[in-house]
Design a protein around this ligand. Structure first.
Ligand code: URA
Length: 478
């Protein structure tokens, strides 16, 4: 319904009443018409059901008719996708923001590329918040069993979403719990699934949902048994599972108790030498899968992907770098960026076939800080390297190389578990506990940071180390 205020027709002011707060199809069709009629953003008030814009609800008028020669409305796919998500946000200014961007899109199709633009940033923020709220709902809805009047079992959950995500999350719950009869009640509306048909219902109250059932004890016991004090990261836990969700989750009654005891338990495990991760995967592909889920240190929480080592499983030579860089993170392969190109040139000159070598990193995720559009490398801390040793040790046990070449101080620490000086340790073998040899050299990125004579000198030393390694590998494999 479009309602203009009673003002001069040339400067008509349209009031658009959205039938539902998340009705993207309606917003899109209306916005398209308004753009075609050249109605500027400041001549429209967008009102959602129950919204304060009801202030404007006076008079009636149909949507204006676009002229026959109105140009096509332009909207890029990324804009449509972001808008469809952002419309579920509860910010009442979202419809106007989307229209403003659509309007600007008509004269600047690259408007979304300007990450410094206030509207673009706000769109991003809204879409990100909605995605997070959807994810939280998927993770934290807890069903309680109830018996219907007809004696059949049904499951009911109470959840308080921050945004209008119920409808857009419905398919997830139907697919996940297809064979159950369930209802999800929220203050914004409810969903009811009877095993075949999904129905929407009115908003509900906390007291409409059951409070607890015997399966909750099971949940609590399960949670307590899987709670690993060595993994406790309170900041990360609160970020993942904010306190506001706790009241509807049976297991959280235990959290404070478990947290209180965790430090003491961890200290005892260190003391007893039993501080361990779970069982280590036994194949390279299982390690690859596991590192993608690894959140044992904060680097894995960044917007990156884990990068697994690559090369033959029976390689005699394993080369270890520090961590994936920007390019490696994007491509999901080690040493494919600028440092990788330097490495490739020197490997070739030293007669080392990269394809016959297992190439990996001490740390599996790219650690960086955002600077404008760029992601700047950050050196991993000793603790982060030490945590990631779990994975490189796994790769080493499977590949069983005769010689490992660690490039740079982080790689050396990853192999030795202690910090050594590269300049003192390079160019000679270090015996490892399994009989293999560790050789240490500079990291190729170090060469990239130098110029002139200093660069030439370091290139020479790097090359000499690689030649020595090539010779030694040949001796070791006989
Ligand atoms: N630097 C590294 O240490 N490893 C890579 O994979 C790329 C750059």
């Amino acid at each position: 319904m479009i309602t203009p205020l009673p003002v001069d027709a040339a400067a008509a002011f349209y009031v658009v009443h959205l039938p539902e707060p998340d009705d993207f199809a309606f917003w899109r069709a209306t916005a398209r018409t308004l753009v075609q009629c050249a109605v500027p953003p400041d001549r429209i008030a967008w009102v959602e059901p129950g919204g304060t814009g009801d202030l404007f609800a006076e008079g009636q008028r149909q949507l204006p008719e676009p002229p026959g020669d109105a140009p096509q409305v332009r909207a890029s796919k990324p804009f449509i996708q972001a808008a469809e998500t952002a419309i579920c946000h509860s910010d009442s200014a979202r419809f106007a923001l989307l229209y403003r961007l659509l309007w600007r899109h008509q004269t600047n199709s690259r408007v979304l590329e300007d990450r410094t633009d206030t509207d673009v940033r706000r769109l991003d923020e809204l879409a990100r918040t909605v995605r997070r709220d959807k994810h939280k709902m998927r993770a934290f809805v807890r069903f309680r069993a109830v018996e219907d009047a007809d004696g059949e079992e049904r499951f009911v959950a109470w959840f308080e979403p921050e945004h209008h995500i119920l409808r857009s999350n419905a398919a997830f719950f139907v697919n996940r719990f297809t064979n159950m009869r369930w209802a999800i009640l929220t203050p914004r509306g409810s969903l009811h699934w009877d095993g075949a048909v999904l129905a929407e219902g009115p908003p509900a109250q906390r007291s409409d949902a059951p409070d607890g059932d015997p399966t909750e004890d099971l949940w609590r016991r399960y949670y307590a048994s899987t709670f690993n004090p060595a993994r406790l990261k309170i900041g990360a836990m609160l970020k993942e599972m904010p306190r506001k969700y706790w009241k509807n989750m049976p297991e959280t009654a235990l959290i404070l108790e478990l947290v209180a005891g965790a430090q003491a338990r961890e200290a005892a495990m260190v003391e007893a030498g039993t501080l361990e991760f779970d069982e280590r995967p036994q194949t390279l592909s299982a390690i690859d899968q596991a590192i993608h889920a690894c959140r044992k240190c904060p680097i894995g929480e960044l917007d990156n992907q884990a990068v697994m080592g690559e090369g033959p499983q029976d390689a005699a030579l394993m080369i270890v770098g520090e961590q994936p860089g920007d390019q490696e993170d994007q491509q999901g392969r080690p040493f494919v960026g600028p440092a990788g190109q330097v490495l490739d040139v020197h490997l070739q000159q030293a007669g080392i076939d990269r394809a016959a070598t297992y190439v990996t990193n001490a740390v599996k995720h790219f650690k960086f800080v955002n600077r404008g559009k760029r992601r700047l490398h950050q050196t991993p801390t000793a603790k982060e390297i030490d945590i990631c040793r779990w994975w490189i040790e796994g790769e080493r046990q499977i590949v069983q190389p005769k010689l490992i070449l660690a490039m740079g101080a982080s790689a050396a620490r990853g192999m030795l578990g202690k910090t050594v000086s590269v300049s003192k340790a390079r160019g000679m073998p270090h015996q490892l506990d399994d009989g293999s040899e560790l050789w240490i050299t500079a990291h190729p990125s170090y060469l990239l940071r130098l110029d002139g004579a200093a660069r030439a000198e370091q290139e020479r030393l790097f090359q000499a180390d690689l030649v020595a390694v090539a010779r030694r590998v040949a001796e070791l494999i006989g």
